[in-house]
Ligand binder design. Structure first.
Ligand code: B12
Length: 351
């Protein structure tokens, strides 16, 4: 059955991982001497991580989710000095181990994203491109903003965007062309091992603080009598994308109950029942949280009192596989906050 896809991979993740490691260490006994017990622990952690992405790609029938993950893993590993050949060999062992542990139909389904990834790894790969290119809209401003943050000058960065708004740049552009793009660039620089986790945290916290400075302005738009509840599924800690969505809804005159990151589903249902909104906006950034997005929508649809509230989804995995929103059962999706407001309005108009 389609809805059972990926179940065996999830259930057998530990056994598959142990098999990969046992096979590799038997073939290459020097690994233990070279990398010690810690090497084995990291190898184990990485394989469980590979499997968490692969399971979602198989479950949702979207191989692209795994291909994107492998491209990301390649770039992370090579930035830390691990040659691509290690990843290629790891994927081959993973493919073989899966065949030994899950039924043939699920093994065949898992082979598709793995083979697609191996093909992509065989091509010469460029490093991921910058999100703050001067040719992109307000790319120069985004780069200047980020450069100040990376020098730990958040006052300077705040001044820069406040001046741009005073000179007439709409707040929407600051949110999308500066905050969004600089955050994505921070991620790229971390991925390439060019900035530390501490620098990423500094930039993120500073951008959140600067966004808060604009919040009064965001609320000035006359209200239009529509309300959206916005949250990130449990475990997902990435809230800035959804916060941008929330603020742009407010700028368009909606009331937005922004609940932020890591929201337990039970509590959402209490809120939805007590005061049903016109629209629900659900965000997930990590691919392995898609299962919770799908589960939330399935549970909602089974509750007659709130079943018909339209649900929009968004976040990083939805940018990778454009039909994913349908696969998780949503009514719509959007690639960015501006489109989210337009699409959300259409969904509510169409009810
Ligand atoms: C900041 C950050 C964090 C912070 C988040 C803090 C916070 N308060 O939000 C912290 C440190 C917690 C974090 C943790 C992790 N992170 Co992180 N993180 C980032 C980073 C640098 C920026 C996120 C962000 O603000 N993006 C900017 C927003 C504006 O973009 P966006 O989310 O795409 O949102 C837009 C659209 O998608 C859409 N949208 C979003 N939600 C919704 C919802 C609806 C309904 C709609 C319609 C539209 C919509 O509209 C938004 C605005 O236009 C990203 C890099 C990146 N590319 O995003 C990495 C990134 C997402 N993280 C990554 C990773 C690996 C992790 C960790 C696993 C790291 C670790 N080893 O622990 C953990 C996982 C934590 C978890 N369980 O969730 C990777 C993911 C790679 C992958 N292959 O999946 C990324 C891509 C970094 C990278 N380049 O390697 N992270």
């Amino acid at each position: 059955m389609a809805e059972d896809r990926g179940n065996h991979l999830a259930a057998k993740a530990v056994a598959i991982t142990d098999d990969v490691i046992a096979t590799d260490y038997a073939q290459r006994p020097e690994l233990l001497a070279r990398f010690g017990e810690r090497g084995r622990t990291l190898y184990r952690r990485d394989n469980l991580y590979h499997l968490s992405f692969l399971t979602e790609a198989v479950r949702l029938g979207e191989p692209a989710l795994f291909v994107d993950y492998v491209a990301w893993a390649k770039s992370m590993l090579s930035a830390h000095g691990v040659p691509v050949e290690h990843l290629v060999e790891n994927l081959r062992l993973l493919r073989a181990a899966i065949c030994r542990h899950v039924p043939p139909d699920e093994a065949a389904a898992a082979a598709v994203p793995i083979d697609n990834s191996l093909q992509a790894l065989a091509l010469p790969g460029a490093e991921p491109a910058t999100y703050c290119a001067s040719a992109s809209p307000h790319g120069g401003l985004a780069l200047d903003y980020l450069t100040l943050l990376l020098k730990a000058d958040r006052k300077g960065a705040a001044g820069l965007v406040h001046r741009a708004v005073e000179e007439g740049l709409p707040l929407q552009r600051i949110y999308l062309d500066v905050f969004q793009q600089s955050q994505r660039e921070v991620g790229r620089l971390w991925q390439l091992n060019r900035i530390t986790v501490a620098q990423e945290h500094y930039c993120t916290a500073a951008t959140q603080a600067i966004m808060n400075q604009f919040f009064g302005q965001v609320l000035e738009t006359p209200r239009i009598g529509r309300r959206v509840i916005a949250f990130c599924v449990a475990g997902d800690l990435h809230e800035i994308g959804l916060r941008i969505v929330a603020d742009l809804f407010e700028l368009a005159g909606w009331e937005c109950d922004f609940l932020g990151a890591n929201m337990p589903a039970d509590s959402i249902f209490d809120m939805l029942t007590a005061a049903p909104p016109d629209l629900i906006a659900v965000s997930a950034t990590m691919t392995f949280h898609l299962e919770l997005v799908e589960k939330f929508i399935r549970t909602l649809r089974a509750r007659p009192d709130i079943a018909r509230i339209p649900v929009m989804v968004g976040g990083r995995p939805f940018l990778i596989a454009e039909n994913l929103w349908q696969r998780v059962g949503a009514d719509g999706w959007a690639a960015d906050a501006e489109t989210a407001v337009a699409r959300g309005s259409e969904l509510v108009d169409g009810r």
